[in-house]
Design a binder for this molecule. Sequence first.
Ligand SMILES: Cc1cc2nc3c(=O)[nH]c(=O)nc-3n(C[C@H](O)[C@H](O)[C@H](O)COP(=O)(O)O)c2cc1C
Length: 191
Amino acid sequence: MSDFTELIMSRRSVRKHKEAQIQEESLQAILKTGIYAPNGGNTQMWHFTVLQNQNTLKELNELIKKAFAKNADSDNRFIKGAARVAQSEMYCFCYGAPTLVLVSSDVANPNAMADCACAVENILLAAHAEGIGSVYINAPTWFDDDPEVRALLTKIGVPQNYHVCASAAIGYSDAPPAKGIRNEDVVNYVR
Ligand SMILES: Cc1cc2nc3c(=O)[nH]c(=O)nc-3n(C[C@H](O)[C@H](O)[C@H](O)COP(=O)(O)O)c2cc1C
């Protein structure tokens, strides 16, 4: 197995982070891999917001908790399930990670979700290569049209007509490495 394949296979979502901020050099290396991700037509209709201000992260967390409460009866089973967890006083949608990268794209971009997901996958892998834990986060995507959440997103630089399509919470892991569980019986060959 190549080192790169090994890196991909050993990446797991990390949901417990140390408080220490990640090193700037690592952050820049990680972001660069996001910017160099494949994207439809190489239009690069995306924007990366790096949120490292802990007070603003707390503010966003409170607004996301409120948004979950408003959507407790959502038809989306993921939102409905997470809404129950979000009632806890301890709830933090990005698991205490000191850095949140929000990747947004123009609402007019038909490839918005795919482009941003490609960027976030690169970010997760690059973080792992830097010895940093990470997890894909959906809550800002679910709630970026909530008026209070949107106002804060706009304040921190998410462009007005951009939708937050994908996010990554990143920080040094404070959890034992998890095992990857996959059903590998999902392939057919036509040879
Ligand atoms: C589109 C997408 C959305 C996700 N949203 C969340 C999320 O909001 N919160 C979370 O804790 N994990 C989220 N994850 C992480 C998945 O739960 C995780 O990748 C999956 O359980 C497999 O575990 P692994 O990443 O450790 O291999 C998301 C992953 C993807 C691809």
